[in-house]
Design a protein around this ligand. Sequence first.
Ligand SMILES: [Cu+2]
Length: 110
Amino acid sequence: MHDTPFVPNPNPMRVHYNDRVEITIFNNNPDGHPIHLHQHTFQVVAVNGERLENGALRDTIYVEGGCQSVTIAFDAVNPASTALLHCHLGFHQEAGMFSTVQYVAEEKSL
Ligand SMILES: [Cu+2]
């Protein structure tokens, strides 16, 4: 099934070690997408812009179709490798729903 070789993402999301990272995933498609982040546990902190008090801890979140959004937050504490962020449906992945989170070493500008 996965004959396509891994191609490094030319435009990864860049994070610094110990950052608290928030990502909002918008789904303007009619299909839902199970979005999976490797090597981190994230918290669901908002659904459709509504902040949650104690959102679930997950490594995959189903983002429903029809202009729904989910915001996840995670601590960037696993710099061992590039973390993959992608839809878990293979045919969506192969169509391009695939990104990466890359740790960068530079000091943050204050
Ligand atoms: Cu998908």
